[in-house]
Ligand binder design. Sequence first.
Ligand SMILES: [Zn+2]
Length: 273
Amino acid sequence: MECQTALENLDCVRPDSDDLDLPEMAAARAHLESCDACQEAFAEMQDYDRAVAGVIQHVDVPAHLRSALLDAAPEKVASVPDSVDAETRTDEVTHTAFGSRRRALAIAVSAACVLMLGVGEWLRQSQPMQFAEDELLQRLSLDLSSTKEFDTGFEFSLPATWVGNGRLRVGREFRGIDLDDAAGHDAAVTVFSYAASRNTSIDGILAAIPASRVQPPPNSVSFAQADSRYIEKDGRRPVVAVWQEHDTVYVCLILGSAADLEQIQRSLSTSAA
Ligand SMILES: [Zn+2]
């Protein structure tokens, strides 16, 4: 018997079984005893099968998937016609068994892969919820009185141009807002006041949200360039600008007009020297 034929036959031997003692394995067994290369290859095959069996046993296949797999299983060894003479049949049986067992293994492995993908999908879904801009604006509140102190669950700093402008006073304390049902604050919000003239101030809120939570990302990359628009909010019509700087998305929302917001944008178009 040649090595290849011997190995094809030996491939049907289940690990840790008596399969090798079967009469149809006699020739392969005899070859194995006299061939070092096949002994080595056979040992590797058995290790591989053992490993695959180990993996499959630890995967809990859902009932509906199990029956689908069984339906998809290849035709059985028993389908070999009786008319073929005994010797050929043994050969056929061995080869069919070889083929179907490999295919069954392949199916089992792909089932395991499907399950792994399922786990991946589940992990992906358990990632923090993302918000579209409009959704985000819906969930932000103008009224910070019922909010708690920001839990510092994420890091951010003030937008670059919002620091060091004499007309702008930004609240020192940030409040936390929960946008989803998961624990922890998802947005940090503070109040600000811009001195438009000696007697007039424009008040609003500034919110900071990790950019990873906003999808799609805002078009603007600076406050000065951000489009302003009116939104409906708690029966009022505040003006809002949304932009992203580095890893943070900012929302500036004022109770005033678009012209008021644009005035602040012009004033904060450059960092104060
Ligand atoms: Zn050999």
